[in-house]
Design a protein around this ligand. Sequence first.
Ligand code: FES
Length: 70
Amino acid sequence: MYVCLCKGITDTQIRTAVASGLTHYRELRLALGLSTQCGKCGVHAREVFREAVHPESTHSTLYYSAAQVV
Ligand code: FES
């Protein structure tokens, strides 16, 4: 899925960058150019980044929020 529409950056690109060794969000942002135009992707990009770096601590805020309606 697209995370950054301005730059056409996907969650797969973020996960690939993390798998290749980027461990800080700032590094990722500089490497991919995330959040460098309108900035609207910043929050979601951070969530994808955190999930990629710490998959065991994911609280599923990205994909399951619709199922949590009480
Ligand atoms: S959506 Fe990423 S900078 Fe605009």
